[in-house]
Design a protein around this ligand. Structure first.
Ligand code: ZN
Length: 355
């Protein structure tokens, strides 16, 4: 069963909160936050009581604290997170990332310039109740386009099934209908088209927006239930939460680059500065930038590189000029010494071969 939430007022009237406790709960009907004041809600298990507003500043400050901490900010607690978003007029997580404290700005920029799995991205958003389950929800999904497609697929199936249409609408026709939608087709024509295939004769939607919103909603439910397994309760609850933060997920997913899920991590050793190749703007690469650039190419064939100091397990040792370092000598000895330009060419060639 879905763990439903009720407002305190409803919970008092339907007996979820017993009569003898009413006095105690009466002062907790609305969020005490001045900037919010939304209804406080309680779940049927009576284990969670929270503000019903997913963007409530109290909920947001908890998330922002978690995110800033994960980017390595020091001396930042619940109160400073609250004060920070209050003073900076921050309303959501994307805003908190753009308008972040100076101390972690570089780390956040690096994060956006690096590659992540979709699960890592979803976990980073610190959506209440998602946590490390993010990896399971995104299991076998390689990027956010795939995520959206997966939602559309299971959602479409589910909605058509509910309309008595599953298996009766050929894929090709369905595709045509999507194109029809994209070109701003008329709902009545589309509805009549669907009704021809329907066994129940009932299309419970009034317009396209309702119809496609339902596909998204049902798709998110179905996908979470499939990915998280169990009896589905877990999936339903998490899908419900995620749908509250749907816009945020879309905004961030449009800003990050994703690794394929089954990425192989390999090691390289870089010694000295990168001088044989430069960034597109002509400025020199630092090591992290160079590795990120390499990974933007190698990830297309499922490999990412990490800078390492482990001689035995590193694929290449990269040096743009001779030096007396141990790394350089080990490279000469092992025969895997290349300069940055040679390394880049190897990676480009491998990427081409995999096209
Ligand atoms: Zn609130």
């Amino acid at each position: 069963m879905l763990n439903d939430f009720y407002t305190i007022e409803v919970a008092m009237s339907n007996g979820l909160i017993p009569e003898s406790y009413h006095n105690l709960f009466k002062k907790y009907t609305k969020c005490p936050e001045i900037k919010c004041g939304s209804d406080i809600i309680i779940n049927t298990n009576r284990t969670v009581m929270k503000c019903s507003n997913p963007n409530c500043i109290r909920i947001l400050s908890g998330r922002v604290l978690k995110i800033y901490n994960s980017f390595g900010i020091m001396d930042f607690g619940p109160q400073s997170a609250y004060d920070y978003i209050n003073i900076h007029n921050i309303h959501d997580v994307p805003g908190a990332l753009v308008d972040c404290p100076k101390a972690i700005e570089e780390n956040i920029v690096n994060w956006f310039n690096s590659y992540h799995t979709p699960g890592e991205v979803l976990e980073m958003l610190a959506i209440p109740g998602i946590g490390t389950k993010a990896h399971k929800i995104m299991n076998n999904i390689n990027n956010f386009t795939e995520f959206n497609n997966a939602i559309d697929n299971v959602g479409t199936n589910h909605v058509l099934y509910e309309c008595g249409l599953r298996g009766k609408l050929p894929d090709k026709y369905w595709e045509l209908m999507l194109q029809f939608h994209e070109t701003g087709g008329e709902w009545e024509r589309f509805k009549n088209f669907l009704l021809k295939f329907s066994t129940t004769g009932v299309i419970p939607f009034n317009n396209y927006d309702e119809f496609f919103n339902e596909i998204k909603r049902a798709g998110l439910y179905q996908l979470c239930m499939i990915q998280l397994g169990g009896d589905g309760t877990d999936g339903m609850e998490r899908a419900e939460t995620m749908s509250c933060y749907w816009n945020e997920i879309q905004v961030i997913s449009g800003m990050v680059k994703c690794y394929p899920n089954k990425i192989e991590t390999r090691k390289i050793i870089i010694t000295g500065d990168i001088t044989k190749v430069t960034r597109e703007d002509g400025l020199p690469f630092d090591r992290l930038e160079f590795i990120n650039y390499i990974n933007s190419i190698s990830s297309t064939y499922g490999v990412r590189y990490q800078n390492s100091t482990a001689f035995n397990s590193s694929e290449f040792i990269i040096a743009d000029y001779p030096s007396n370092t141990r790394k350089y000598h080990m490279g000469l000895e092992k025969g895997n010494l290349v300069n940055s330009e040679e390394f880049l060419n190897i990676i480009r060639k491998r990427a081409q071969e995999n096209e």
